[in-house]
Design a protein around this ligand. Structure first.
Ligand SMILES: [Zn+2]
Ligand SMILES: [Zn+2]
Length: 299
């Protein structure tokens, strides 16, 4: 999994920070979390082909998180060949996208848009394929806002040397891959003898929330947690009032959830320098980084 932070600001874009957008490259599949204004251009600068996007996960319908959605859909619909994207978002997302596309002359012949309205009870699995599943949970923001986790499944990897040693070939490799024991020249070969399990990674995205139990549930044992952090500690009261997080709040969630690494984003425009944010978060949660626009990280 490779992440590109397309926008790391809060509320309004600044000279240095675009509105929200996180691009995840999952083995070549493009997955976008939120699509703030300017997301398409940020993708250009980052060298990401927009047509790779197959899924969009919307956290909530505040402008800084969806302002670039309509233009992106228009671009995607201009492709010559037929293709499909799936958009996941909080309840009423399908209704909102319907309104949105009616505000312009949206000629859409080639793009099939599947929309999944989500209304999870606490934490729920909302999507699954062979490689990973996605969990969602409502957080505590001023409007319905979802957090998401991408949970990669464990994979059995074959050891070539051992395969050779036990003369495993052809169909038997497939059976062992599925976890079955096979017999070769009268001898049993178990999956454990020729393979190992590679543990899947977990990535959690928590944007726009105040501290809540569901955020901790969602981020439980995450290898990598991307978390909003709008304020430094001194604005604790503002964070509570506007339902955002301070450095201390974000670290509390990461600590409680036993997350391994923390990446903070969604910084208030009041911070011309992020030194104080950095100093604070490092003291609360040492395995932390602050995101900047176009930052790329491997999970
Ligand atoms: Zn926001
Ligand atoms: Zn918001």
């Amino acid at each position: 999994m490779q992440i590109t932070m397309l926008g790391t600001g809060a509320m309004v874009p600044t000279k240095d920070r675009n509105a929200q957008g996180i691009f995840l490259d999952y083995n070549g599949e493009g997955i976008l979390f939120d699509c703030g204004e300017g997301t398409q251009r940020q993708m250009n600068i980052a060298g990401i082909n927009r047509h790779r996007i197959k899924k969009i996960f919307i956290t909530h319908w505040h402008g800084d998180h969806i302002g670039g959605l309509l233009p992106l859909l228009e671009t995607l619909s201009n492709k010559e060949s037929e293709h499909k994207i799936t958009i996941f978002g909080p309840k009423d997302t399908s209704k909102r996208i319907d309104y949105l596309t009616k505000t312009v002359d949206f000629k859409n012949n080639k793009l099939e848009i599947e929309i999944v309205d989500l209304n999870p009870n606490l934490k729920e699995k909302v999507y699954e394929n062979e490689d990973y599943y996605v969990e969602a949970a409502f957080l505590d923001h001023s409007v319905p806002c979802l957090g998401y986790s991408i949970v990669e499944k464990d994979k059995r990897r074959m050891k070539n040397k051992e395969l050779e040693k036990y003369s495993v070939k052809g169909r038997n490799i497939g059976l062992l891959q599925k976890g079955e024991t096979v017999e070769i020249d009268g001898k049993e070969v178990t999956p454990e003898m020729v393979s190992y399990i590679e543990k899947g990674k977990k990535l959690t995205v928590i944007l726009d929330t105040y501290v809540c139990e569901t955020a901790i549930m969602l981020a439980e044992n995450a290898d990598f947690l991307i978390c909003e952090c709008t304020y430094t500690q001194e604005y604790d009261e503002k964070a509570r009032q506007y339902k955002h997080l301070t450095t201390e709040n974000a670290a509390f969630i990461a600590n409680q959830a036993n997350a391994q690494k923390l990446l903070l984003t969604h910084f208030s425009q009041r911070y011309k320098s992020t030194d104080k944010l950095y100093e604070e978060i490092k003291s609360f949660f040492p395995e932390s980084q602050l995101a900047f626009d176009l930052m790329k990280i491997k999970v």
